[in-house]
Design a protein around this ligand. Sequence first.
Ligand code: SF4
Length: 310
Amino acid sequence: MVYYHSIMKIGIPRAGLYYQFFPLWDTFFKELGFEVVYSPPTNASLLKKGLEYAHSDICFPMKVNFGHVYWLKDKVDVLFVPRFISLEEKKYMCPKFMGLPDMLKASISNLPPLLDVNFNIRKKPFIRSWIEVGKRLRVSANKVKKALVKAEISQKSYQWNNLNGGDGLKIGIVARPYIIYDKYVSAELIDRLKEKGMNILTADNLIPEIINKEIAILKKPIYFDFGEKNVGTALHFLNSGEVDGFLYLISFECGPDSLLKEIIDDRARTSDIPYTTLVLDEHTEIAGILTRVEAFLDMIEYKSKTKFNL
Ligand code: SF4
């Protein structure tokens, strides 16, 4: 067990589950009196460092994650890179998240100490993981519990602002948070579509009951964290007609999403809601993505006009 002394700055990579939990993490560490340093939004030079240090076989978002850690390593006293094993009952995170702290330590030299506490809801409640984080930072369990109450309030009250309130097409986007909300990784898709007057709907805009209702019809449960959320969202888009069409953004080397895509493809065959998958990696040209998105939108518009003419 490592106890860190005199820690002033905690580094949080702006990658991975930062895009799901940043309100909670930010409030938690600041409530405990630490300075939190974030890496900048993903850019080409961060990605270049990620490609230099990450194993070539891992997925695009993980390579990006390596670039963020490299940027932070000489600027902070400790890095918050937990080992996420399971975030939901009976589910597992992708193995890349489980192995991330080890991969970083093996690949990047002179890293500051990592706060690599296990988050595994199958084995222990999260509060015990946070108390472990506090222990390493020499903060009492009592203070951790108080900070966590405020952190959870800020997480719950955070609004995922995707809709722009216009009367343009309603486009659904299904993707993991570190793909959809990382503007570099997603080629700023949400912003670009909103600029065209479109309304965007993601899993974060749906209440859990909607997603759970769709998931209930599957023959087998999905064992990946975020898997049910994404598949449930896609099924809702296909079944409800709430969107005019939707995009599924996945990373080229992603094992879990290649399986989940099969479920969505299968259901999409019996729906008339337009849907397409965009596969992203570090070689993806923005122009190529935009051309595909344009073609997809043209198809939706053509379809709605045809429907109108009928
Ligand atoms: S789920 Fe896919 S995209 Fe996410 S870390 Fe695992 S392989 Fe990468």
